[in-house]
Design a protein around this ligand. Structure first.
Ligand code: SF4
Ligand code: FES
Length: 212
């Protein structure tokens, strides 16, 4: 692997050829603000916060490869102004910062972001437990839902949506055929009875949530 030398904020650093300025800076303990950079993903240049000046031209540090002898500034009035502008643009249309858009548009309000996170960690039973807090029929809904969550998935802005519905179906089916399937605790009987008319998804859901 070959190394090159560049200067960031007048500090001489060595970087691997092919690295981006952001990667080289972070590896050398130099802070450049960023939001969309993730070492596991191809750089998208989406947030526009990692601005630096390279030989007096403003560039995105996550999209610019290091070159021998490069002079990089991470702080200057123009950079700070442009970062502020970018941040304001991000705030202007980010209504879903606190709740993921997939959850906001789900008619059942299922926390898709959280159960996908649990599936990633292979915590399948916890994922089913979470889904069933708002949707008692993940295997069925994982097949027939019109998937508004996937239309609103922010990954659409980068490449393609996350297969939220199939993930739900996957954990639902896994649980269904598991001898130790997740069965929530039911409440103690109150002595009262409720008659539910119909045994479709709505009736079954009503019975389920009345019992737990
Ligand atoms: S990436 Fe898509 S699935 Fe994941 S939390 Fe965001 S909107 Fe939901
Ligand atoms: S980290 Fe978002 S554009 Fe560079």
């Amino acid at each position: 692997m070959s190394y090159i030398q560049l200067q960031i904020d007048n500090q001489c650093i060595a970087a691997r050829r092919g690295q981006t300025i952001l990667e080289a800076a972070l590896e050398n303990g130099i802070h450049i603000p960023y939001l969309c950079h993730d070492p596991r993903l191809k750089p998208s240049g989406g947030c526009g916060l990692c601005l630096v000046e390279v030989d007096n031209v403003v560039q995105k540090a996550c999209m610019t490869r290091v070159l021998d002898g490069m002079q990089v500034k991470t702080k200057s009035d123009i950079i700070v102004e442009r970062r502020k502008k970018k941040l304001n643009e991000i705030f202007a249309d980010h209504w879903a910062d606190c709740l993921a858009p997939c959850t906001l548009v789900c008619p059942a309000g299922t926390d898709a972001q959280a159960y996908i996170g649990l599936i990633v960690q292979r915590r399948y039973r916890d994922a089913v437990r979470l889904i069933k807090q708002t949707n008692p029929l993940p295997s069925v809904i994982g097949r027939i839902c019109t998937r508004p969550c996937e239309d609103s998935c922010r990954r659409n802005l980068i490449d393609e949506k996350v297969s939220i519905c199939f993930l739900k179906r996957f954990v639902g089916d896994r649980d269904l055929f598991n001898t130790n399937r997740y069965i929530p605790k039911t409440k103690l009987p109150t002595g009262k009875k409720v008659a539910i008319i119909g045994s479709g998804p709505a009736g079954l859901s009503a019975a389920y949530y009345l019992a737990i």
